[in-house]
Design a protein around this ligand. Structure first.
Ligand code: PRE
Length: 370
């Protein structure tokens, strides 16, 4: 039925063609409402049975868009007015939504990232490194970008010497300018892998594109998802489909809820090994590049069972704040610290304002005492 007019066209301004009074008409409407509620209850009971069948077959996904579309088609065919097809469809969509709520139990509606679903801390084991729970905090360090064998080798040697466990280094760089250094790509992945193995470290590197998830997984121990990609749901799904731990940075302006939902994308794909990484958020403050949100660290640790680390390098964008921020992060319960170190920050191909040189890194680690 297609009716684009508004109102009850056939009736004159005085309204009533049957001669019934307002009260009589309202009484009939009340009776019909009762019948509609009764029909809705019967429908609800049937749908709840459908839900039980789906659960008993091991299903966790109750939403079935095709079934809803088929029903909407039949409903539109049956519609003889006066409501428009669009109006009837909207009513049925609400019914489907309420029906879905009936099918999913409270338990099933809890997020996988939530402590309500998983009360114990998740402790990730990556090679010989454990992160989360009561494990001592882990140091993740290395250059912003993989630039050369010499640069990576010297950084990795120092990271290992000072007790770092995870070597970082970007082979694909998300740069503000398309003319900035974009990273060494696969050659950078190979270099990072070789050097990490040489010093007994795990290798973490960023994956930016769904098309690279496979090759990055081949060389890296941890897939980093950068802040700018936290909302890239295709990438999150792709990382959810692999069996490699992922470090998920919080988006520049993401709320804690959005950040946790982003992690939920990965967990719901079957990849349960996610590390949350707070790296500062955009605020009105200009003296720091970002504002480190320590409450997010404490709160996400309360709400979620996943390990949380803090990237102090990007949090403030200033070397002089790295140590106090790292100490504060550990004090509120962070499971690790992420920091960038480069043999010659001044000539680094990216982030030369923020990376520590070797002497500063030694001082930082000594001060941190982890
Ligand atoms: O038929 C189903 O599979 C149902 O789950 C029932 C129902 C419905 O209300 O009709 C509910 C939600 C689904 O998205 C599709 C249909």
């Amino acid at each position: 039925m297609t009716d684009l007019t508004h109102g009850n066209g056939a009736l004159g301004p005085s309204g009533n063609s049957s001669g019934e009074t307002l009260e009589e008409l309202r009484e009939q409407v009340d009776q019909l409402n009762n019948q509609l509620v009764e029909l809705l209850s019967r429908r609800g009971e049937l749908v709840a049975q459908i839900g039980r069948i789906k659960s008993s077959e091991g299903g966790t996904k109750f939403y079935d868009p095709k079934r809803e579309e088929d029903q909407l088609r039949l409903v539109r065919q049956a519609n003889k007015g006066p409501f428009t097809d669009a109006a009837v469809s909207a009513i049925f969509k609400e019914i489907f939504k309420a029906s879905l709520d009936l099918e999913e139990t409270r338990e099933q509606r809890k997020l996988l990232v939530s402590r309500k679903k998983h009360p114990e801390d998740t402790v990730l084991t990556i090679g010989d490194v454990s992160i989360g729970g009561q494990e001592p905090p882990v140091l993740i360090a290395g250059p912003c970008a993989v630039e050369s064998e010499k640069q990576m080798d010297s950084a990795a040697q120092l990271v290992a010497e000072l007790g770092g466990k995870i070597l970082r280094g970007g082979a694909y760089k998300p740069r503000t300018s398309p003319y900035g250094f974009q990273g060494m790509g696969v050659d950078g992945l190979k270099l990072g892998r070789q050097v990490a193995d040489r010093y007994g470290l795990q290798f973490m590197t960023e994956v930016m594109d769904t098309r690279d998830v496979e090759v990055v997984s081949e060389y890296a121990d941890i897939l980093q998802i950068g802040a700018r990609n936290m909302h890239n749901f295709s990438l999150l799904r792709e990382v959810g489909a692999v069996r490699k731990p992922a470090l998920l940075k919080r988006g520049l302006s993401a709320t804690m809820e959005e950040w946790l939902y982003a992690a939920e994308y990965i967990l719901s794909g079957g990849n349960e090994d996610v590390i949350m990484c707070e790296r500062g958020i955009r605020t009105f403050e200009k003296w720091t590049r970002n504002t480190l949100d320590l409450s997010a660290v404490a709160l996400v640790k309360q709400e979620s069972h996943l390990p949380v680390v803090v990237d102090v390098t990007h949090a403030a964008g200033r070397r002089d704040l790295l140590l106090p921020l790292a100490k504060a992060a550990l004090a509120v319960g962070a499971d690790g610290i992420h920091v960038e170190v480069h043999p010659q920050p001044a000539t680094a191909m990216s982030d030369n304002e923020q990376q520590l040189d070797f002497a500063e890194f030694r001082e930082f680690v000594a001060g941190l005492n982890i």
